[in-house]
Design a protein around this ligand. Sequence first.
Ligand code: GLC
Length: 426
Amino acid sequence: MEFKPKKTILLSVYIIVGLWIAYAFFRTDKTDEVVFSMGGGTKEIRFVKSLIEEFEARNPAIKVKLNVLPAPTDQQHHYYLTTLGAKTREIDVMRIDTIWIAEFASAGWLASLEGCINPEDRASFIPVTEKTDVFRGHLYAIPWYAGIGLLYYRKDLLEKYNLDTPHTWNDLVKACLKISSPEHVYGYLWQGKQYEGLVCNFVEFIGSNNGGIIDDTGRIIVNSAQNKIALDFMHDMIWKYRISPQNTQSELMEESSRHLFQQGKGLFLRNWTYVWELCQEDPLMKGKVGVSLLPKFSDGSPASVYGGWHLAINVHSKKKKQAWKLIEFLTSHEAQKELAMNLSWLPSRTALYDDAELLHKLPFLPVAKTSLENIQIRPNLPYYQWVSDVLQKHINRVLSNQTGSQEALQTIQTKLEGIKNEFAKD
Ligand code: GLC
């Protein structure tokens, strides 16, 4: 037989290429990369990374790339406006704030999730999320964890002065006036800077005096006597009673107020549930901190705002199946329990509120369960960001003594009515 080197080489090349294609197609370690975008604190990111490793170990065909964003919600919102607005394919799964769902869904940026989840599983999440995750009848997000505003207090100091946990705002002022000076601590730390956190605090203050922003029929009800009392109180805590620092209106956000509290510089703090675990592992705070519902005005009832973070899929993702697998894992009973045990994130699955281990670890769980039944939600609207911008700006102007409360509420009322009419035309 005649040896033809050219032919042999060509044949070998065909065989190698063929084998390589077959290998690439059938290999069992074939991986798909899913990009998961989320913001958060250092400890949160570290723990989520460990959960992702667990997910990858169980799903060797999927690799998750974590795209870490800054912690403040407003900064994350800007990021998504530019990336999702440009129809990016670089993000598959996103952790999104409850207040963006209607906006992102109406912009057509989120994949509908109905087909992914079965009705029984869907019903196992806390009921409030049926209001926040559904837009025009479609499900666009799955609650990863819930958030409620709580009152953290220095148990040791209240005991030393023989005082009970405050039930009314008046009780809180009295305790601050009695304890702050001798103990050299600020009385009440809360979030007053011009950003989304201020809106959360405002909703809680007015909610605890039977006030509100928009009623169930969609009417704007912000310019009310109840809201004026609550807004005056927010102002007076800084300038009249002087129980909150003067930079509340210029600097205090979740993290800056938490730092002051954890450094032992505050008697009371309003914050989300993640603060609990951070206080437990801090030698300066361990054993000294108690947690309860936020106080109320004498004729009102305690009000907490819903502040959950939910998981959604980018409508332009090319890996929707894998993306859903990741969401399924991260929102599972098991993963949520881990998150609650390690980060004191409030679970979004109802059954976990009766889990004995969690009840032991998170003393606020029963209170959270009750307050979630009657939780205040920020207006669930595609144009919520416009509403929030108006609220942030004009409430903050009152706190920084640039406007009176009556004038601010009147301005907010007029502007929100204008925004509502503008969007009603669409
Ligand atoms: C928390 C809440 C979120 C809220 C934000 C305001 O992250 O979970 O819902 O918008 O605080 O700062």
